[in-house]
Design a binder for this molecule. Structure first.
Ligand code: GAF
Length: 446
């Protein structure tokens, strides 16, 4: 099993920037990928999610420009520097990796922020197409860099909203808000309990190592793509369900009233399955939060496995490779397992006692070989920090991981209740005053 996140030295990225552009960058920023512990396909239904950041990051060396030119380079893809005119950025005009950083520039400018160009050199250790938010990491690292360089003073959750807009409108992928918020707002050692309706957040301590457990990520190597049809079809089906039930979003269907809601959907069998997944998944997130907060960490295993069955049978977005990981891991002694992320390939997560990790890893690798599947990549997921950076010229580049951008959330003793993108200051409420956001917001009952 690999435990390497492939750490990137900020100095190396800065040196490459200098080779490309002939000057030192103004700074170096980093933003992580994520795994989602529970709460899948709930974010575009205004529901609950619970991701945590991976140690794998996108790292960008960036300098500000005043002449309207955006130059982009990645060491991860073939080809040289791509030069764009910020005034000419057009939604859905670009089908390459450059659409993600360019989309962020477009979204900032469309929101009225005067961003007049940048030189960018990027590299990332977040596996692409593995359901681990490599795209969101690219967006968020650029958003954090431009936020600092242009002194925009936007908070992490506001930058996440702008990155989502970049992906929805500029890239053309109808994704929710989970991945960008995870990359911007997660903190080390915690999972982020996020209410995607208003971006209320609670950092839930999640230290499996202290309890003799591990969370493995199994990248099936089956690539997925959200701008293609199936993700959008599920989203449209959920919206149809909400409309038929007369609610703003499926989050508004109380778990206790699920059976009655399903009965009202009559012969809309497909919509019924989608609704059942979303409503039960929101309830699973709440159950996992309650179990973690009462110290019953091992008991989250079966809830994760229930979530997989719901994604496989009701939401129908699993695939043979993901099902094989889950079934094999459970037979080899895992406490729980499920696919994570958007589905149709990508990665699964496996919760296991540390003593069983090697047996489970071997069993999964052997099962893949026996089925004739490409060998999976297995690594341990350690809850890591969200986006960081802003190392300045002349600074010690090696200090990057310890520094936080001003947009990073640093006050983990607070729960943050965010507001609209235009709000200046999200309300901060002492943790003692807050229960579950579901109760605080008073819009959900069980
Ligand atoms: C993808 C999307 F980008 C997220 O917004 C979310 O919907 C997820 O799939 C499924 O939970 O990662």
């Amino acid at each position: 099993m690999s435990s390497e996140a492939g750490e990137i030295a900020a100095g190396t990225v800065a040196e490459r920037f200098k080779e490309l552009y002939g000057a030192e960058p103004d700074g170096v920023w980093a933003a992580p990928g994520r795994v989602n512990l529970i709460g899948e396909h709930t974010d575009y239904n205004d529901g609950f999610v619970m991701p945590f950041a991976l140690p794998h990051t996108a790292v960008a060396a960036v300098s500000r420009r005043a002449d309207g030119v955006l130059r982009l380079h990645s060491s991860d893809v073939e080809g040289g520097v791509v030069e764009l005119d910020v005034d000419a950025l057009e939604p859905e005009s670009d089908r390459n990796w450059t659409a993600y950083p360019a989309g962020v520039v477009w979204a900032l400018r469309a929101a009225g922020h005067e961003v007049t160009g940048a030189d960018v050199h990027l590299t990332s250790t977040v596996p692409a197409g593995a359901g681990l938010s490599s795209s969101a990491a690219l967006e968020v690292v650029i958003a954090f860099a431009l936020n600092d360089l242009y002194e925009l003073d936007l908070k992490g959750w506001q930058l996440a909203r702008l990155c989502q807009r970049a992906e929805n409108v500029y890239v053309g992928a109808p994704v929710g808000i989970m991945d960008q918020t995870a990359s911007a707002c997660c903190t080390a050692g915690h999972a982020l309990f996020l209410d995607t309706r208003d971006l209320s957040q609670r950092q839930i301590p999640f230290d499996l190592a202290a309890e003799g457990m591990r969370l493995l990520v199994v990248d099936t190597q089956v690539k997925h793509e959200h701008s293609t049809g199936e993700y959008g079809k599920r989203r449209a089906g959920c919206e149809k369900g909400a409309a038929l039930l007369g609610v703003d979003a499926l989050r508004d269907v109380p778990y206790a009233e699920l059976d009655a809601a399903l009965a009202r959907l009559g012969d809309e069998e497909e919509v019924r399955r989608l609704v059942r997944h979303v409503v039960t998944e929101d309830e699973r997130v709440e159950r996992v939060v309650a179990l973690l907060e009462s110290g019953e960490t091992r008991a989250i295993g079966p809830v994760l496995t229930e979530g997989h069955a719901s994604l496989r049978d009701d939401f129908r977005i699993s695939c043979p490779e993901l099902d094989l990981v889950v079934d094999t891991a459970l037979s080899a002694g895992a406490l729980g397992a499920r696919m994570t992320g958007g589905g149709f390939g990508g990665s699964a997560i496996v919760l296991a006692d540390v003593a069983d990790v090697d047996t489970i890893t071997k069993a999964v690798e052997e099962a893949f070989a026996a089925a004739g599947f490409t060998a999976p990549r297995v690594f341990e997921a350690v809850p890591s920090a969200g986006a960081a950076g802003g190392v300045r010229l002349g600074a010690d580049w090696s200090a990057l991981p310890a520094q936080r951008s001003r947009a990073g959330l640093t006050a983990v003793q607070f729960d943050v209740v965010a507001g609209d993108l235009d709000d200046d200051r999200p309300e901060q409420v002492g943790v003692a005053q807050l229960g579950c956001p579901a109760r605080v917001n008073g819009s959900r009952s069980r």
